[in-house]
Design a protein around this ligand. Structure first.
Ligand code: AP5
Length: 242
């Protein structure tokens, strides 16, 4: 867990000298959390911890995905619903115990229920000297969210995220970095995407209010070009950490 020996300097904007501590990226499905988490990870050399990615990794494992739990996870995700708090929290706890989280980490897609948020508060509260969480909410309008989700394409090899409308690859459906054929996420169909947005409003929007009330919270306009959003997110983190 990251400790309070921050040497954060708002002028450096991104290197190993920065100790960002625990960062929670909030935002609806398609708001750009994954895109921004990857940018922060590259700049600050701290890991992105995406619970969605961890679950998708589990689904790729032929042994794990064939278990009753594996089948249940697939069903829940494909329906646009949330996986159980217990399972997600166990996954996050294991991931946070790895040494690469020492200077900080970017939580992407977690917490997304109030129960997960209070669980995280308790976990971090147990470690004296741990830097407090900074939460940044990336805001995008509903109609743009749907377009982003249905237009998203991903490189299964390097994880780079594209969009057929706003950020297409140079060659149709081929990754610019490694030439791998791009794929669509199973839950990005219009019907499932709509359900995910509904679940977000019901269960995850209250998490935003939770972090707003705690302070160390910022909101950024997620409709600006990717690099401008990254700059706003980084500036907000540096400001709240200083
Ligand atoms: P998860 O993988 O976390 O999905 P999500 O939260 O729905 O978010 P997305 O990954 O869809 O969007 P994003 O905000 O990362 O956007 P991105 O950067 O890709 O969760 C999937 C499922 O797993 C859940 O439904 C649930 O079942 C389960 N799950 C996960 N965590 C859980 C938890 N904690 N508890 C219970 N269940 C859990 O960008 C989207 C698109 O927009 C891309 O095409 C991108 O190129 C484009 N884009 C990004 N930024 C911009 C920009 N500034 N301008 C224009 N286009 C942009």
């Amino acid at each position: 867990m990251p400790r309070a020996e921050t040497r954060a300097d708002s002028t450096t904007g991104g290197d190993r000298q920065v100790v960002p501590g625990p960062i929670v990226l909030l935002g609806a499905p398609g708001a750009g959390k994954g895109t921004q988490a990857k940018a922060l990870m590259a700049s600050w050399s701290v890991p992105q911890i995406s619970t969605g990615d961890l679950l998708r990794e589990m689904r790729k494992d032929p042994v794990k995905s064939a278990t009753p739990l594996g089948r249940q996870i697939r069903q829940v995700m494909d329906a646009g619903q949330l996986v159980s708090n217990d399972l997600i929290q166990a996954m996050v706890l294991e991931r946070l115990s790895l040494p690469d989280t020492a200077r900080g980490y970017i939580l992407d897609g977690f917490p997304r229920t109030l129960s997960q948020a209070t669980w995280l508060d308790e976990q971090l509260g147990r470690h004296r000297g741990t830097l407090p969480v900074i939460a940044v909410n990336v805001q995008v309008r509903y109609t743009n969210l749907l377009r982003r989700l249905t237009g998203r394409r991903i490189c299964p090899a390097c994880g780079r995220i594209y969009n057929i409308y706003s950020n297409p690859p140079q060659r149709d459906m081929v990754c610019d970095v490694d030439g791998t054929a791009l794929v669509e996420r199973a839950d990005d169909s219009e019907s499932v995407a709509c359900e995910r947005l509904r679940v977000y409003e019901d269960l995850t929007a209250p998490v935003v209010a939770h972090y707003r009330a705690l302070g160390r919270f910022a909101e950024v306009d997620g409709e600006l070009p990717v690099e401008e959003v990254t700059r706003s997110v980084m500036d907000a983190i540096m400001r709240l950490r200083s």
